[in-house]
Design a protein around this ligand. Structure first.
Ligand code: NAP
Length: 284
């Protein structure tokens, strides 16, 4: 069977996937850059993912983004991995060639690019950082921060074992910390990042006391639904500079587009406004 790949179709693979804004982002850039074909959603249940990836060539897609819960399956199905995917242990972008699936991870890029964009100069003074959470997103954040040269990162997590596992995987720059000890270290820190799911719509709020923070603490929440999380609202009340998580979502998409279509698209205010309006429609 000969497959016509001139249309450069791509997809986002997940389960569930109906909520994904990736088609909106990628199809916006496709139109802008004159790329033919379509970017669509592929809802693949866990029981079917191994077979789907093994037969990926038959889909006719040039590649795919991969989201929850399939990032580890995509890692396992890749014939090779870029440095980020290897360090993070998960693949969020697949590039298909005759040789098979090539696994990449663009989440660390998305995290760093969002800070560069929204909090310019955030990495100017190297000081300890504090990361809340030790799940999949935390691994991408740590890879990004270590790549930028940070050598002291407190990782605070409800389950301390998971923070200790990150120290084993990412090295001595990681300092695991109990939730109760957060207040004693926050004053030393230049950046606080939330990578827990606390604060998300439907989850309990992230309730931490920012009183020990210095006046120059920067705050970033990876949660982007809602856009203004309780953490970001508390930071702004104290006059701290803060960045939401939507930019990470937008910036992680750009290198995937570049890998498939050969042009690095821009994350523009227009794109952000379009996705924001779709995520948070103004209620009449
Ligand atoms: P995950 O692997 O399931 O990890 C969840 C983390 O939240 C763990 O550290 C977990 O602690 C902690 N947590 C959950 N409930 C808690 C509670 N009640 N009290 C204290 N800690 C709690 O999830 P993930 O993939 O890392 O995603 C985490 C968040 O980041 C989600 O909100 C996701 O939407 C967001 N995210 C955003 C982007 C973006 O582009 N902006 C990208 C990726 C993820 P334990 O280890 O103790 O369970």
């Amino acid at each position: 069977m000969t497959i016509d790949r001139s249309e450069q179709n791509a997809a986002v693979i997940g389960h569930p996937i109906a909520h994904s804004r990736s088609p909106m982002i990628h199809n916006y850039w496709r139109k802008l850059h004159g790329v033919g074909g379509l970017y669509r959603r592929a809802d693949v249940p866990p029981a079917e993912i191994a077979r789907y990836l093994a037969q990926f060539g038959e889909t006719g897609l040039v590649g795919a983004n991969v989201t929850v819960p399939h990032k580890e399956a995509a890692y396992a199905a890749s014939v090779d991995l870029d440095a980020a995917a290897r360090a993070i242990g998960a693949v969020n972008t697949l590039v298909y060639t005759e040789g098979g699936l090539h696994g990449r991870n663009t989440d660390a890029h998305g995290f760093i690019a969002n800070l560069d964009d929204r909090l310019p100069g955030w990495d100017a003074a190297i000081r300890p950082l504090m990361l809340l959470g030790a799940g999949g997103a935390a691994r991408a954040v740590l890879h990004g921060l270590l790549t930028r040269g940070f050598d002291r990162i407190y990782v605070v997590n409800r389950t301390l074992d998971r923070a200790e596992a990150l120290r084993r995987d990412f090295g001595a720059a990681i300092a695991p910390l109990r939730w109760d000890d957060l207040g004693g270290r926050l004053g030393d820190c230049g950046l606080l990042v939330n990578s827990t799911s606390l604060g998300m719509t439907g989850k309990p709020p992230l309730d931490i006391d920012l009183a020990p923070a210095g006046a120059d603490l920067l705050v970033n929440d990876l949660v982007y639904a809602p856009l203004e999380t309780p953490l970001l609202a508390a930071a702004r009340r104290r006059g701290l500079r803060a960045a939401d998580g939507l930019g990470m979502l937008l910036h992680q998409a750009a290198p995937a587009f570049a890998a498939w279509h050969g042009v690095m698209p821009a994350v523009t205010p227009e794109l952000r406004a379009m996705v924001e309006a779709d995520l948070y429609p103004v209620k009449a």
